[in-house]
Design a protein around this ligand. Structure first.
Ligand code: FE
Length: 152
């Protein structure tokens, strides 16, 4: 995928998600830490450089902290020096939902988990090859499943 795909998804709708998980605000609050809730359910952002996975090189899959859907693979993680974990591509197109975000005086593309609508971060067109994309993701929105657990 590339930036044209991202723009198309944000304009005309993202791919059909593999499944759906829907919970009430109270249920999310009970399941998540206050920081995870703030970021994933109220579109918050963690302070740059503060997240657990900024500099992680461990191998495995990163899953949504809310619903467990596998979103990113460590092999597509790179050091963007932005202060947030960054990936060039999701594990599958349809696990990510893309929406235009005009908050804070900027025009950006927000990325969410397509299964539970949990806020992950934003995607920018300044990443490395092969996609040229930078999925800039809050550590609090994801959880690393180490390689053994995903059978690699
Ligand atoms: Fe999710």
């Amino acid at each position: 995928m590339n930036w044209n795909d991202v723009i198309r998804y944000a304009r005309h709708g993202s791919p059909e998600p593999p499944r759906r998980v829907e919970k009430t605000e109270a249920e999310w609050r009970e399941q998540l830490t206050p920081e995870q809730f703030r970021i994933t359910r109220t579109k918050g952002t963690e302070a740059p450089g503060s997240g657990a996975y900024c500099e992680s090189h461990a191998r495995g899959r990163y899953a949504c902290i809310c619903c467990g859907t596998e979103l990113f693979d460590s092999s597509l993680k790179y050091d963007s020096r932005s202060g947030w974990p960054s990936f060039t591509e999701p594990v599958q197109d349809n696990v990510i939902k893309y929406e235009r975000d005009t908050s804070h005086g900027m025009i950006r593309i927000e990325v969410m988990c397509s299964v539970c609508d949990g806020h992950l971060g934003h995607v920018f067109p300044d990443g490395p090859e092969p996609t040229g994309l930078r999925f800039c993701i809050n550590s609090a929105s994801i959880q690393l499943l180490e390689a053994e657990q995903v059978g690699e």
